[in-house]
Design a protein around this ligand. Structure first.
Ligand code: HEC
Ligand code: HEC
Length: 221
């Protein structure tokens, strides 16, 4: 028994030595502490210190969005997948900022930091039917965005529960009218844009948002 335990420990140790890639990884490991500093300097004025967004500036919440999604969106703005339509002034604003940041490793650090923040919560919406929203959400959206709206990185679909209601409806419209998800190389945006043809009245999206708010009773992921 003792011998087996000893062997196991020795073998595990050998395994670690025999695998140099574990210690000398060539891939970049994001530094969320450095990301916090860069976020405060470059992003917090619009996106809020806790990533809660700022209504007056129409800037969305970023708190709790997964790092891969946040980083991809920064690249999408840089590459004009987002913020290209002449009428999309808010998208253009963010695109200008993204293009001016040349340090992509810093963007990875910021993305790692943002992911650690809690999903923000917002006041519940009046004039929306959360029950109808639940039906629509569970039959169309949940398969990609997760059954409780917390996102599913496997499908590259971000969390929706921590986003402001007006931002969700606004982005849904941007997908629908081709301001987002229409660039030929924007694979994931195109998937989402295709879905918008399944929902044709605005009230349904308000209902979905009302339902998502009932799922966001606890901050966190
Ligand atoms: C001057 C204000 C401003 C600053 C500064 C700013 N942003 Fe934004 N950001 C916006 C606005 C407005 C939008 C919404 C664009 C839209 O409606 O499509 C946005 C959108 C985003 C999105 C898309 C969110 C989503 O859910 O898809 C990400 C990611 C983002 N910003 C990251 C950053 C990061 C990281 C920084 C700092 C390096 C930053 N922003 C600095 C205003 C700003
Ligand atoms: C086939 C999978 C799929 C389905 C179904 C789907 N989505 Fe998405 N959705 C995505 C992907 C992927 C993205 C990320 C697109 C990108 O990277 O730009 C996304 C992004 C979004 C965004 C933008 C979020 C942000 O932070 O800017 C909103 C809002 C959204 N979806 C709402 C919905 C709603 C509402 C439904 C149901 C009516 C729905 N989605 C159904 C895949 C899906």
């Amino acid at each position: 028994m003792m011998l087996r335990k000893f062997l196991l420990i020795a073998l595990t140790g050998l395994g670690a030595c025999a695998n140099p890639s574990k210690n000398q990884s060539a891939t970049f490991t994001p530094d969320s502490k450095a990301g916090a500093k860069a976020y405060t300097e470059h992003c917090a004025s619009c996106h809020g210190q806790l990533g809660e967004g700022v209504l007056q500036l129409q800037s969305p919440a970023l708190g709790g969005l997964d790092a891969a999604y946040v980083y991809r969106q920064m690249m999408n703005f840089k590459n004009e997948y987002r913020g290209h339509a002449p009428q999309d002034t808010l998208g253009q604003q963010m695109a200008t900022i993204a293009k001016n940041i040349l340090d992509t490793l810093m963007l990875r650090n910021i993305s790692a930091y943002v992911e650690q923040l809690s999903l923000p919560q917002y006041p519940h919406q009046a004039n929306a039917d959360a029950k109808n929203g639940k039906e629509i959400y569970q039959s169309i959206c949940g398969s990609c965005h997760g059954s409780s709206g917390k996102g599913n990185p496997k499908f590259n679909a971000p969390a929706l529960v921590g986003l402001q209601p007006w931002y969700i409806t606004g982005q849904f419209k941007k997908f629908k009218n081709g301001w987002r998800g229409s660039h030929p190389a924007d694979k994931w945006g195109a998937q989402m844009a295709a879905i918008t043809s399944l929902v044709n009245d605005e009230q349904s999206i308000y209902d979905v948002v009302a339902y998502l708010q009932t799922e966001n009773t606890k901050p966190g992921k």
